[in-house]
Design a protein. Structure first.
Length: 254
């Protein structure tokens, strides 16, 4: 895990530096505000949450109220994850409604459905809200004795899956930053054609943090916020441009 985290960190740092070097100014105040939000997420992650996690690990302490735990759902980070999933579902549903192609509608509708299902699992289908007691296999076999399916799987399998997804996110950030010629036909949406250092840094941050079990809960939140950031860019770019004022038509002589 440590080797994978280090390698992903080095690759991700190179990607972010390249994105910074080729960045383009953006005069749109809405996207500038969105970038400030992304920067806030990055600062909270790397200046606060990562150091706190390492400190707690070195001291042998835990903070389930902040990060949650393998046998406890809740905490600030997991709440952010749940809220982010709701935002993904809403933004994806909006994008499905404004899309024209069948494939686009299906893709966005699929993402919205996935986010709803993921939120249901994260909230144990209402158990976190209404606090009922699990029964049967959910009480005896579920890791957290909750009414969900994902906690029947060993956390060690999640470690492998998260590491693979993390490398995928670092690779995707590299492609969005380098933009090779063969990728150009796929990048037809304006936000993906415009360099965004914050977008790249969010993807890289999630990818690096997913490499190590210490940061997995945090990485889930960062990855989801990165997707929200991308969707928000798409929504902002899809706004209808303001109509130019037409000059008055001179009256015809009588």
């Amino acid at each position: 895990m440590a080797i994978s985290t280090g390698l992903a960190g080095l690759c991700g740092l190179g990607v972010v530096l390249h994105a910074w070097r080729v960045r383009e100014p953006d005069a749109d105040p809405a996207r500038a505000g969105l970038s400030c939000f992304g920067l806030g997420v990055l600062l909270a992650t790397w200046a606060a949450l990562v150091p706190v996690t390492l400190f707690l690990w070195r001291q042998g302490l835990a903070a389930p109220w902040l990060f949650g735990a393998e046998t406890y759902d809740g905490g600030v980070v997991e709440t952010v994850t749940a809220v982010g999933l709701i935002l993904i579902a809403l933004l994806a549903a909006r994008q499905a409604m404004v899309s024209r192609g069948v494939l686009g509608i299906a893709a966005w509708a699929g993402l919205a459905l996935f986010a709803v299902l993921a939120f249901g699992e994260e909230a144990s289908w209402g158990q976190h809200i209404f606090h009922w007691t699990s029964t049967g296999a959910f009480a005896s076999e579920n890791l957290q004795a909750e009414t969900n399916l994902h906690n029947f799987i060993s956390p060690r399998l999640y470690d492998i899956a998260y590491a693979a997804v993390g490398w995928g996110m670092v690779g995707a950030a590299g492609l969005l930053s380098l933009r090779p010629q063969w990728l150009a036909p796929l990048l037809r949406h304006p936000p993906l054609d415009r360099d965004s250092v914050v977008r790249i840094a969010l993807l890289v941050s999630a990818g690096v943090l997913l490499q190590h079990e210490l940061f997995e809960e945090m990485a889930e939140a960062v990855a989801i916020l990165a997707v929200v950031f991308l969707q928000a860019e798409l929504a902002l770019t899809g706004r209808a441009p303001a109509r130019a004022a037409h000059p008055p038509v001179p009256a015809l002589p009588v």
